[in-house]
Design a protein around this ligand. Structure first.
Ligand code: LMR
Length: 329
């Protein structure tokens, strides 16, 4: 009858309006292993903010910090399977995917300063390395910096010999393994989320990390001594699932890429700022001594770690190492 036909029409109209306004947003799940108050944590949230604002909510970015979704190794698998769409693992972790060239970033003292590092990541070498990820179903979109690493332990550290016999947590990387062995230490690869507990329980004696990671994870509460060795680099590659990225409408993708450029700038600014702040805060905690090394002491670290380069030349493309050395010369 007339009334129920009207009701049906009305219902259809409502349903239509509802469907038009409630087009489901595109969801990007961005998983990472560090705290929100780190360069990577802040940049991930900045990316979220910019994307949601610029796409007017058509894209939602869900950031999962602190290994709340996946630990180091699992997150790489999850990305390849499409369970998450975006990550920013440290460059040291790509060796696990069989991407040995990425291990070049772990070579001790390979970058004399940030300028050389930036020239490498922003130039041809950086692009070539990211392109290697494609046949793993991954697109590499940017590098995020987190500066240079310090050494920490519960006994004083001034010279390489001070780490002799120590059990040192490393990221899973053959180069970092060789680095600790060159110091006479035992390398123990552990997921980042397990480091604090491992230090506290004595499973490991010490570790290496940029100050921002050390401080934000409260490692200084379970480590008495830090030496500012700046012996190695820690940076990230921002990566996405290739199929997912290529399936996005071109205009959306362009907005995401523009937002990533801005988030990258934010990351790199925060990396400089937070790493120096973190060292001061660790000092102020009075729980931990922070030792700045003089030129002769730094030279001793350089010398002790030099053999790692020769040892790794058979693993990492020699040509790549010499191109980086040239950039640094
Ligand atoms: C680590 O495992 O030490 C770091 O890679 C953690 C991070 O993502 O900064």
């Amino acid at each position: 009858n007339y009334l129920s036909a009207l009701g049906l029409l009305f219902g259809l109209a409502l349903f239509g309006a509802g469907a038009a306004t409630a087009a489901p947003p595109i969801v990007i799940r961005f998983s990472h292993v560090v705290e929100d108050n780190t360069p990577k944590g802040i940049a991930a949230l900045e990316f979220k903010r910019l994307v949601e604002e610029r796409t007017r909510g058509k894209v939602k970015v869900q950031v999962y910090p602190n290994s709340s979704l996946y630990k180091d190794r699992e997150e790489l698998e999850a990305l390849q399977l499409g369970a998450v769409q975006m990550l920013a693992p440290s460059l040291a972790k790509f060796g696990q995917l069989g991407m040995r060239d990425f291990e070049v970033f772990d070579l001790p003292y390979i970058f004399p300063n940030r300028q050389v590092l930036k020239a490498v990541t922003q130039g041809e070498i950086g692009r070539e390395l990211l392109a290697q990820l494609e046949d793993r179903g991954i697109l590499g979109l940017a590098y995020w910096d987190n500066g240079f690493k310090v050494m920490s332990a519960n006994t004083p550290i001034r010279l390489p010999v001070d780490l002799k016999g120590k059990r040192m947590r490393i990221q899973p990387s053959r180069v970092l393994e060789a680095q600790m062995e060159a110091l006479g230490a035992t390398p123990i690869p552990l997921a980042f989320s397990d480091v604090h507990t491992a230090l506290e329980s004595g499973l490991v004696d010490g570790t290496e990390n940029p100050p921002s990671n050390l401080y934000s994870k409260k490692m200084h509460e379970v480590q008495k001594h830090v030496a500012v060795t700046n012996h190695g680099y820690l940076g990230y590659a921002v990566i996405v699932n290739r199929k997912f990225w290529n399936s996005l409408p071109a205009d959306i993708r362009a907005t995401l890429e523009r937002s990533l450029v801005d988030a990258t700038r934010k990351n790199d600014e925060e990396a400089e700022k937070l790493n120096s702040q973190a060292l001061n805060k660790v000092r102020e905690s009075k729980n931990t001594t922070v030792l700045n090394l003089d030129a002769a002491e730094l030279q001793a670290w350089r010398k002790a770690l030099e053999p790692v380069h020769r040892k790794m030349e058979s693993r990492i493309n020699k040509d790549l190492i010499s191109r980086i050395r040239k950039a640094a010369a």
